[in-house]
Design a protein around this ligand. Sequence first.
Ligand code: GDD
Ligand code: MN
Length: 383
Amino acid sequence: MVGQAPQHISRAGDVVNASQGAAARQLSVIVPTFNERDNVAELFARLAKTLEGISWEVIFVDDNSPDGTWQTVQEMAQQDTRVRGIRRIGRRGLSGACIEGILASSAPCVAVMDADLQHDETQLPKMLGLLQRGEAELVVGSRYIDGGNADSFNRQRRGASEFATTLAKKLLRVEVADPMSGFFMIRRDRFEQLAPKLSVQGFKILLDIVATGQGKLRIVEIPYAFGSRLHGESKLDSMVALDFLGLLLAKLTGDAVSLRFLLFALVGSIGLVVHLAVLDAAFNVFNYSFAESQLIGAVAAMTSNFLMNNFLTYRDQRLKGLSILSGLLMFYLVCSVGLFANVGVAFSVYGQQPIWWLAGAAGALMGVVWNYAMSGLFVWRKR
Ligand code: GDD
Ligand code: MN
């Protein structure tokens, strides 16, 4: 199988050669960008230099950066057909951007690398050679093998990276030394097979590929030194730890449990505390009637749930400006219907088995599943 790989690649190349008379593209380089305006031209210049003699293209996948990176990319694309840009609107996420870029490209080999020049582009020809000769199906640029390093990391970042790497390797039984690297090259056909199973959330696309392709991918690691960022600043905040746990969870449970649902349920249980606290205050301190107090408590809980979900659970699709208001109203509506579902289920369970806590729990579970499913459809719907 593996031995046939290069043949297949060159055969596909021959077809294009014959029909167009131009050299078939050998390599697509995918570069996710967010606020990298000042880096893209330099990266392109370096790629052009190191990839001389190879037929290649670069695809920048930009999430509508406020600094106008996509505009710079567009200007570059006007000047040089090797450059393409994808501008994504209403979406954020490193993994999703990489997946979209790879699927929009066409060369039999695809590389993913950062825009900020922390990855060593001079390794690309070597990576390409390994794929083309059939010696690997996935080549990982690795900081954690002999000859590689991450010396540009500060102590805190190094510690976090090492901890995450150990955790990922143990839990997902991944054999690669640096599964957290964002620098790799893969055969297109292999990627296309795995693509439907990959998570578009989060930022650990390589870990996802390695874990998903477990045992089926021939992987070779080559060392490189992780450099310093040229311009701008890192986009990875403390919240990426959450995305990382989410990916581990999804892979461990065969995609059965999503982090989003867990967060949604967690927010829901905090909401219960808010509800009781507000109910207590309204009833006992401000002397509203019980019905009024209960209503005030419910509205307070729904509002705080909405805000927490908007901040945490759906931070990649966060509603802003006026959409916060319309989203909140829709969330009230969804939760109100969810309450009927909750009470309905609890009643029917109680009818069959008069155990109050079992019926109550079944109702609450129904409510949270309903609220989750409907909020995903109507409140934080993908635009
Ligand atoms: N389209 C898109 N959308 N691109 C993004 C997003 C996003 O939401 N977030 C970050 N990027 C782009 C950046 O513009 C950059 O080109 C690349 O992804 C890496 O982001 P950085 O902000 O530079 O992250 P880093 O340097 O902290 O992290 C790097 O090191 C990690 C290993 O420790 C990345 O290479 C990671 O992939 C890598 O895992
Ligand atoms: Mn970086």
